[in-house]
Design a binder for this molecule. Structure first.
Ligand SMILES: C[S@@+](CC[C@H](N)C(=O)[O-])C[C@H]1O[C@@H](n2cnc3c(N)ncnc32)[C@H](O)[C@@H]1O
Length: 243
């Protein structure tokens, strides 16, 4: 059973930065489904793309794997291929949930979970696919070039990086329009105005979105040769980059 996200439904006196702690990991699957437009479809597309690029004898990384949703789906879809799935996250609470879910719903024999802080260190090697779904936005901007260069270095030729992100609109007017429509989406998913406002404030200093062209430029600087936006919904975007 999935616990309902009601973390921000009561007035919070002292605002503090959002963290992926035990309270969040408990309700995360409900939170992410109600907060990311087309979440289920993007999981499906991620797995479909990953299966197309997976090469036998290589690793597939899920950086910021959270509760292991992508790893579960991938481990079942790739069960007949010789690939090793590695999920990395810097929240022990998320990793504990991921372990539980992979044991219940995935194939634990091909999955490994590792604690790792991408702001400090990143080890990607012999990878045919690297997935970074809604995680680059939490990496400090000063570290993003280093993280993406390390991913590029760790990919085999023909390998790909799949990145989904919250993004900024191209100018402040459209950005505000997109955010309004996004808040309407959250309202339709059952969040109150108070929940939307308090979550927005908590994320203010920790989730730092780039424009789509800034993300593309970052990928180009990191060495990727083919880059394409495969998904766009107002202030959300998905990019695939091939080495
Ligand atoms: C929005 S969630 C990702 C959602 C997940 N990929 C999915 O498909 O459901 C962001 C994840 O990134 C992790 N994270 C944030 N900063 C990180 C860092 N510096 N190093 C490693 N993981 C990080 C968080 O703990 C969280 O689990």
């Amino acid at each position: 059973m999935i616990d309902e996200d009601n973390i921000f439904d009561m007035p919070i006196r002292q605002a503090s930065d959002f963290i992926f702690n035990e309270q969040v990991s408990r309700v995360f699957d409900d939170m992410v489904f109600r907060s990311v437009p087309f979440y289920d479809e993007l999981q499906r597309m991620t797995v479909e793309l990953a299966c197309r690029f997976a090469q036998s004898g290589t690793n597939i990384y899920d950086l910021g794997c959270s509760t292991g949703t992508t790893m579960c789906m991938l481990s079942k879809s790739l069960s007949d291929q010789q690939v090793h799935l590695i999920g990395i996250d810097n929240s022990q609470d998320m990793l504990a949930k991921a372990e539980e879910k992979i044991r219940a719903e995935g194939d634990p024999s091909v999955c490994a979970l590792q604690f790792g802080d991408l702001n400090q260190e990143i080890e990607v090697s012999n990878a045919s696919v690297v997935i970074m779904n809604w995680t680059l936005q939490f990496i400090r901007p000063i570290n993003r070039d280093r993280v993406l260069s390390a991913i590029h270095n760790g990919l085999v030729n023909g390998g790909c990086l799949i990145v989904n992100e919250k993004i900024m609109g191209p100018n402040s007017f459209l950005n505000r329009v997109y955010i309004d429509f996004y808040h309407d989406f959250k309202g339709r998913r059952g969040y109150s105005q108070l929940e939307i406002a308090q979550k927005r404030e908590a994320l203010e200093n920790v989730l730092i979105p780039y424009r789509i062209d800034e993300n593309v430029a970052l990928l180009e600087r990191s060495g990727f040769s083919v880059i394409d936006v495969f998904f766009r919904w107002y202030n959300w975007g998905g990019i695939i980059a091939i080495k």
